[in-house]
Design a protein around this ligand. Structure first.
Ligand code: SME
Length: 160
């Protein structure tokens, strides 16, 4: 129904800008958070090359629980403070991990993952979810991606 293709040769900033706009459009006027997370995960998958996993973990009590995603089946529950996702949730900061094997406590859900980018989604002063991107390529993500995923998290915070 929706087919998003990044402009050939577009900068990382432009790709993230277009992805954020797509996510706003997809979630606009829809109150179902699961549906919105599913469509945003699908949009991420369409816009960003070289990913092997893209999706959400949601804050439930004092842990993260798997949400909608694209990729191989993944770990279901991650305590706050554990792994890259739990660190993003506990610290409230984007985690840019060029080499997952060098990240203490990294949780290997898919052995193909080499680098990872995770953003907390803040709403009403709390981290309500994280967006998790995994790549089979080392150092797939850079600071522009980190800024982009933070903008995406902000853009969808009211919709998930
Ligand atoms: N690697 C993550 C776990 C989630 S999977 O990558 C989908 C982590 O260390 O938190």
């Amino acid at each position: 129904m929706f087919d998003f293709s990044p402009e050939p040769g577009a900068s990382t900033e432009q790709v993230w800008h277009d992805l954020v706009e797509a996510a706003r459009g997809l979630t606009h006027g829809e109150s179902d958070g699961v549906a919105n997370m599913a469509n945003v995960a699908a949009a991420i998958w369409q816009f960003l090359p070289r990913l092997n996993w893209a999706g959400f973990y949601r804050t439930v009590g004092d842990e993260l629980v798997l949400g909608p995603f694209i990729g191989k089946p993944a770990c279901i529950r991650i305590p706050f403070g554990k792994g890259v996702c739990g660190t993003a949730a506990a610290s409230g900061d984007v985690q840019l991990v060029p080499d997952v094997h060098a990240f203490p406590g990294h949780i290997a859900c898919d052995s193909a993952s080499r680098s990872e980018l995770v953003a907390p989604v803040w709403r009403d002063g709390k981290v309500i979810a994280v967006i998790d991107l995994d790549s089979p390529d080392a150092a797939r993500f850079d600071e522009a991606d980190a800024r982009g995923i933070a903008l995406l998290a902000q853009a969808i915070a009211q919709a998930i």
